[in-house]
Ligand binder design. Structure first.
Ligand code: NAD
Ligand code: UGA
Length: 457
């Protein structure tokens, strides 16, 4: 459980903290600050979510979070839908509302602006520091200060701090309590120092900057992670053509300390609520300022191409995908989450539906979330059911359940034994021994296509 994951020292001074937004960042931040000994109120406009949280029901799957919430609610951690209640007596108000992508690729800032406005209106008496954790284009946190000033309800302006969040879904509690670094950007020394004090017990380096630099650190970090993934995916394609193994290439590269081992897993590319959104937002921001962000655009293009290439290989093998039965293993954008926002699997579903394939999906956590996007999607709880009579299975998310799949049993239930391993988690040699046609991403398989034609004929 959480306490064995981390052992941060408790804060020496309990402060009043209000968190606006009970989502992946807000709820984790709230529970973790409570763990550090502070009095936390978590506020959301979604009344159902707040009602559920008051009854201990989590709005999403995040390991370690239910235990933390249970440990601290309601003594140190309370939930509300009211701004006044959230902000009353708070020393800090953290904004952790969503900044989703618009159809145009720019971040939708309506939630951040509305939250800042409503905080300003609700403050009465004591003036808290306003700390933004939402990822928003460089310059936005500055503009919040003017929103806060113009909407001030008889009180003076609130001091604003940008404090980007770097947690990952699936390991969010650990990432928050054991961060690699904390970034705090503000022109107000008093506000910066006060926010810094909150994080001191975590023992991580704290970088103090101006607001724009802090915002840029966040975008640049996510863009760099996305770039590493698209880089290794481009290398993977070259590996396939020349007959090299991208897994060993990545291992060989990673022993160079300057390169490192993380984010070099080739596959069907990155998804989730942040990497795609933030690379698009940074690219747009660059263009608005007159820059030509060629690398960022290539990162996005390569990422989408990973999905297209997997579908194209399957189509080549089966002749056509029309009426092909496809077992789709994985819907979440990564394991240990039920989040399907921008999940690669959703792109695969769109492409397969376009080609009139029949899909049976399976995911241990994300079935309900996927059905919100595709109400008629056929989802099985059991992967062998999803693979029944299938012409191929695609591995889109590397859940442990799929890594541990019984290949012999899988072989028995499938009509055509093809495995398209979008995450390189299946033992290809064993699969081939059992009669499968197997392909991964960036793996040497000169005979795959030829063999597949034989199997399918
Ligand atoms: P989310 O969608 O999970 O949660 C956002 C919450 O804010 C929702 O519960 C929503 O009801 C609530 N909300 C919206 N408008 C509100 C308002 N005016 N007042 C109060 N509540 C309101 O979003 P998230 O994934 O937690 O992301 C929040 C921000 O943090 C985004 O900018 C994101 O880019 C950034 N971020 C996310 C992650 C992540 O792993 N998800 C990591 C780092 C940074
Ligand atoms: C990412 C960043 O890692 C966090 O630091 C950041 O705070 C967060 O975005 C955010 O700003 O919201 P997250 O989206 O939770 O976190 O997930 P990641 O672990 O980064 O994975 C993102 C995607 O990249 C997943 O689809 C994953 O499958 C894919 N990925 C990751 C690869 O394809 N290859 C890899 O080597 C690593």
């Amino acid at each position: 459980m959480t306490s064995s994951l981390v052992s941060p020292r408790q804060a020496h001074r309990a402060r009043g903290i209000s968190i606006i937004g009970a989502g992946h960042v807000g709820l984790v931040t709230a529970a973790c600050f409570a763990e550090l000994g502070h009095r936390v109120t978590c506020m959301d406009i979604d009344a159902n979510r707040i009602n559920d949280l008051r009854h201990g029901v989590m709005p999403f799957h995040e390991p370690g979070l239910p235990e933390l919430v249970e440990r601290h609610a309601p003594e140190r951690l309370t939930f509300t839908t009211e701004y006044e209640e959230a902000v009353r007596g708070a020393d800090f108000v953290f904004l952790a509302v969503a900044t989703p992508t618009t159809a145009f690729g720019t971040p939708d800032l309506q939630y951040v602006r509305a939250a800042a406005r409503d905080v300003a209106r609700a403050v009465n008496g004591k003036r808290p520091f306003l700390v933004s954790k939402s990822t928003a284009p460089v310059g936005i946190t500055d503009t919040l200060e003017s929103v806060l000033t113009s909407e001030a309800n008889g009180h003076g302006p609130l001091q604003v701090v940008a404090n980007p969040e770097f947690l990952r879904e699936g390991t969010a509690v650990r990432d928050f309590l054991k961060p690699d670094r904390v970034v705090i950007g503000s022109p107000h020394a008093e506000a910066s120092e006060a926010v810094g004090e909150l994080y001191e017990p975590l023992g991580a380096p704290i970088i103090y900057t101006d607001i724009k630099t802090a915002e840029m650190v966040k975008y640049a970090s996510n863009a760099f992670l996305a770039t590493k993934i698209s880089f290794i995916n481009e290398i993977a394609e070259i590996c396939e053509r020349v007959g090299a193994d991208v897994r060993d290439v990545a291992r060989g590269m990673s022993l160079d300390k300057r390169i490192g081992k993380h984010f070099l897993n080739a596959g069907i590319g990155f998804g989730g609520s942040c990497l795609p959104k933030d690379v698009k937002a940074l690219s747009h921001l660059a263009a608005v300022y007159g820059s030509h962000p060629q690398l960022l655009n290539a990162v996005l293009e390569i990422n989408l191409e990973q999905r297209r290439r997997l579908i194209a290989r399957l189509r080549d093998m089966l002749g056509s995908l029309r009426q092909a039965k496809i077992g789709l293993f994985g819907l979440a954008f990564k394991p240990e989450t039920d989040d399907v926002r921008d999940a690669p699997a959703l792109d695969l579903i769109r492409m397969l539906e376009y080609e009139e394939a029949t899909i049976r999906a399976c995911d241990p956590a994300a079935a309900d979330a996927a059905r919100i996007v595709f109400p008629t999607l056929h989802v099985e709880a059991d992967p062998y059911e999803a693979a029944q009579d299938a012409d191929a299975i695609i591995i889109a998310t590397e859940w442990q359940q799929f890594k541990d799949i019984d290949l012999a049993r899988l072989r028995q239930v499938m009509r055509t034994p093809i495995i398209a391993d979008g995450r390189n988690v299946i033992n290809g040699d064993e699969a081939r021994r059992l009669g499968f046609v197997y392909f991964g991403i960036g793996l040497p398989d000169e005979t795959t296509v030829r063999n597949a034609r034989r199997v399918v004929a």
